[in-house]
Design a protein around this ligand. Sequence first.
Ligand code: SF4
Length: 1017
Amino acid sequence: MALKLVTGPANSGKAGEILHAFRARLDDDPILVVPRLEDVEHIRRELAEAGAVLGVRVVRFAGLLELIATRVDPELAAAPRATPLARELLVAWAVRHTSLRALGSSARGPGFARAASRFVAELGGAMVDPPRLRRALVAWAGDGPRRSYAEDLANVYDAYGGALARAGLVDDELFARRSLDALRREPRGFGASPVFVYGFDDFTSLELDALETLAHRVGAEVTVSLPFERGRLAFRATASAFALLSELAEEHVELSASSAHYALEARMALSLVERRLFGTATTTEPAGTAGASIAVASEVTAAGFATDGAILSGSVKTALGPGDAVRLHLAGGQRAEVELSGAEVLNALRTGVSPGEVAVVVRDPAGYASLLEEVYEAYGIPFSLERTVPLGHTALGHGLLSLLRCASGAGSADDLVAYLRTPGRLHSPHLADELEAELRRAGIESAGAARELWEERRWPLAEIDRLRAVGGGPRLLEELDGRLERLFTGPYTRRAHLLSSREAEDAAVLRTARAALADVAALASCGVGRPLEPDALAELLAGAPVRLGDPPSSERVRVAAPEAIRARRFAVVLVLGLQEGEFPRRPAPEPFLSDELRREVSVAGGLALPVREDELDRERLLFYACVSRAERRLVLSSRVTDEEGAPQAPSSFLDDVRELFPADALDTAAARRTLADLTWAPERAPTEREHERALAARGPRRGPSGPAGLSAATLLAELAARRDFSARELESFAGCGVRWLVEKLVRPTALEPDPEALVRGRYAHDVLRLTLERLRRRTGSARVTPATLAEAETILREALEEVGEEHRISPRAARLRAARSRLERDLLRHLRREAAAGGSFEPRHLELAFGLGAENDGEDEGLAPLELEPEGVRLRGRIDRVDTLGDRALVRDYKAGARVTGVAAWEADDDLQLSIYMLAVRELLGLDPAGGLYVSLAGKGPARGVVRDDEAEAVGALVSRSDVRDEGSVEAVLAAARARVGEVAARLRSGDVAPCPERCSPAGGCRYPSICREEQA
Ligand code: SF4
């Protein structure tokens, strides 16, 4: 029998030719071979629709080889097979048990075994066995410096073969080689099944060997279709397969393009793209089909080509525009690109296209997955998106690995939180949030310390101990398997639950992880696996690939990689991510033998290995396949910028399409969406919700704003009855009611540690209090003078050390050290300035509390509150320092920041603090206020506030001249502050909470603009 080759461009009817021939041979047990699993399902459906239900055998190449083995060598067919993970483990074992001279250090790096595993698979697919590789590499390296590298590679491949044998496994490539050897020995065992091969655009050496053996040794009737058209650049990737197959073929049918399947209104434009894209190859044509009888059905000519009788010559392109059939999307960033595509898909669905007739093609589906899910779900688009992700990137996988790391002792606090967050692990998931908040606030980083904190508050996590107790070995695998099952079933315990498609992804994770554990256990029992230790296992499992996503169906838009859609047609095809480096994808360098070395090995050792520089040809073929799949509309999408606004290079393929149409025709009609387009134009909004957003965005800029007064009766009653207020609280309310509401009333628990500035301020206050108290004890006075400065500095350094542990400015040790030394520098500078300022006031009261009662953390309850009547207000607070001279008192308040304000700004800033303190020393200590000063601990300027002119000299040089006022002015300031306190307290009691956009500014550091919903001035 013979091999028949059917070639032609896209849409030339290759599928019809093959399927027709297949159906005609249904009585002879025919076999149809297709490249992918979903193609198997699709072709089965097509055949069933055409009435062929019984006797239909549609398989992939692996299935064909299984069938061959079953027919000619049943023992081989029953041989256990190495999974991809088992192969990786065996390669890792081979690497560990090979003495490597040149590759030694890189072999210890992460990812080496995975890369070596790919190389090994490639060698197998190219039918290279270990002795052949060794001969070729040795011939290439000679006795020169490459010898050790060549021997390392050959030794690893050898050792892998040994490991495979020791494990009693065969890998896919070895299985294929043995099946074909058996077939050559027993050609009659295969029977008379004709073999049809459809949908491939490339064949490995093994696959070509299988076709040749079937056609020439077995005498089976073999029909192979291949996308190929002579002299066309689009098919350069299939040229070598064409050359090899034409050598084997006794018959060659060349089909010509047909435009019959395009929708009428799109026919000219889509035909033009399919016919002219990548039209002329610049290299020599592949070998012809000498000796074969050729039935040429093509009407292709050098001048043009046939589309239903209409020849499109080169001049046609100047007249024919893309119309609605070919459209361009230009987007600023990936989100805008996905949103544009979503709008396009919705348009198509609304015009009656069924979801299964729409394909969205992306080069890397996993990279688009989360955005596509977010946008398409928001737009209500049903879609399927199959992708492969590492097990460690799934929720269940991440939880399991985190548990494993906690048990191994190498885990972090984040690992413990991640484990507790595994879906279903906690009935109240907020407990994990609370733990995370506490860990962050306390700066806890290790899993052990995090667990202690958890167990103090909640319950023991005995599973960590159990996992740790089993150590390594097979019991670790068993324990892990049991734990995995409990994590998976946790959310559904005692529920007859039907898994949603999202939840079904956990089932895929469970399957993958269990299969991986089974592989590890099986290899370990043969002594060729990986050491069964928690860390090694976690690393291995983290990278195990998990296939996720709903299978395609007619009810869902298909989101897929180009390879997955090339054997089907769709009404609408969108190709996203047309960027240079993305589509066409940049070839990934092969780490073991570069293209250049492969060529050298080929010349010196006669071993031909595939080279990667042909990848541009392959990308071109894939793009051609994508654009030729559309029957009604083709949409090409590119990002002009990334999410940060940096320009992005478009794919050169886009220019190839542009050239097919009149200048700027595609760009003029392009749909554009920029980074700045937060909403749609109302008339283009794809959904009702987007329409509402669009209208809202174009409405008045200041619509109804955030809180406009409290309304809850209970709260209002509580507030109305309040008498006690702190000075800071009133100041906060006067500054902004909304900010007060959040910070003083709601008081949400922060996820982060206290802000560094806050801790630094508390630390500085404590240190200064200790310093002055001790200075007073040692010298009789707390005043820092040139004579006592050295003593004060010594005390200050001691105090810094003493209370440092209570005030950890940062959880990070390095940052903590830096922050401490900066604070020390600031406080020492402050002491020196005090000493240089002179003055006669004596620090009398440090951290003087009033109205705090039992809340005061000092030894006593401090002073009574400052009562203001008739307002019925009782004020409380803590004054950093009160200096006295006779019956005069000077109030000081330390500020951690550099900015302090003088009295002139107090009214505008609603600054009440020092005024209240001055009133307090008058009412509670019976002293006459000489002034009040804000002292910056970080800045270099003078203290600011207000000082009576008759006390300015006694206060010393610390004060700014502009803050000196006469007695009457100081009294007026105090009276105004008192009146303001009454007003503010009354507003607070009435719940008059309102934002203060006219006063606040981003520089003020307010974190609640999303609550006040005010645009800041
Ligand atoms: S952003 Fe301004 S108006 Fe809004 S809560 Fe903060 S301080 Fe008030």
